[in-house]
Design a protein around this ligand. Structure first.
Ligand code: CO
Ligand code: CO
Length: 309
């Protein structure tokens, strides 16, 4: 076992006899958008994201499905599965099968299996002080999902969020491996602040976030100010608040930074920021440099500036 549950990393990593490592992870959830095809695509991109976050490439997948067979037509499920298959195909992964159970609430996701060279695995626990923090997708998909449920999401914001959540972290993963990144994780349910806190803590370093450099989906800060915020995002902020030093930031500003993401970007720690920036640019992966690590109380986060948007 190269990476176990101990450090709360994105996936388990197991050394194979012939000098390769197997990366295994599973993720599934209830619908977060109205369109079943989009939901399938998002769930698959999200499942593969934990493989990419380890610096590996997904090659195999299995569907995990809960379906209310008496209430929801099976052709809706067929659309979900078609979305998952299309994203798997784009990722270069085979869908080998899966398992379905009857459940009052629909759920969909995947077991994702990838492979990597053991010495190129990028852990979440190996950040050192004095390195740069990169983020490869804007924040706000949790707030958008809540806005969809409350029927207050502008259609163009929904389109932008779906586009973001169906974008694979493949290019970002390749770039960080090529650039020899120190550590990485993907930003999902615990939000930027939650995942950063965990990564800093298990690495034994502190971090500074330049809030004005953190990209946001347009309009999510305004939605947060109106109280359109998922429960998970509020729990994330409550969890990280004791480690935060964020003078002057308002509650909605902190909530967008803690927003629970689905299929979010990679949060990468780089000792050679220029090298990582070049590798990302060559692959046309959008990114922002959002802060740095420093020697300090493990898991502590200092926030400077304020999110713009
Ligand atoms: Co993850
Ligand atoms: Co996960």
């Amino acid at each position: 076992m190269l990476v176990s549950q101990e450090t709360g990393d994105d996936a388990a990593v197991y050394r194979l006899p012939e000098g390769r490592a197997l990366v295994a992870t599973v993720d599934f959830f209830t619908p977060i958008v109205d369109d079943p095809y989009d939901w399938g695509r998002i769930a698959a991109a999200n499942a593969f994201s934990d493989v990419y976050a380890m610096g590996a490439r997904p090659e195999l997948a299995l569907n995990v499905v809960s379906w209310p067979v008496d209430e929801l037509p099976l052709d809706v499920l067929a659309e979900v599965l078609r979305g998952g298959l299309d994203v798997a195909t784009a990722a270069g992964a085979l869908v080998l099968g899966g398992h379905t159970i009857t459940d009052p609430e629909p759920k969909y996701g995947m077991v994702a299996i990838g492979f990597a060279e053991p010495e190129r695995i990028v852990r979440n626990s190996t950040a050192r002080p004095g390195s740069a923090l990169f983020l490869t997708k804007p924040l706000g998909t949790g707030i958008v999902s809540t806005a969809i449920k409350e029927r207050v999401a502008p259609p163009e914001l929904v389109r932008a969020a779906v586009e973001l959540m169906t974008t694979l972290n493949a290019g970002a993963a390749e770039a960080m491996v090529e650039a020899g990144a120190e550590a990485a994780t993907d930003v999902t349910g615990f939000g930027l602040l939650g995942h950063l806190a965990r990564m800093l803590e298990v690495s034994g370093v502190a971090g500074r976030v330049d809030a004005d450099a953190v990209p946001l989906l347009p309009g999510v800060l305004a939605l947060a100010r109106r109280g359109v915020v998922p429960g998970g995002t509020r729990r994330n902020l409550a969890y990280v608040r004791p480690r935060l030093e964020a003078p002057g930031l308002t509650e909605p500003e902190l909530l967008v930074l803690a927003d629970a993401q689905t299929s979010g970007g990679l949060l990468i720690v780089a000792a050679d920021p220029d090298g990582l920036a070049r590798a990302l640019e060559r692959r046309r992966v959008p990114y922002a440099r959002v802060g740095e690590t420093f020697a300090g109380e493990p898991g502590r986060i200092v926030i400077e500036g304020r999110p713009a948007g």
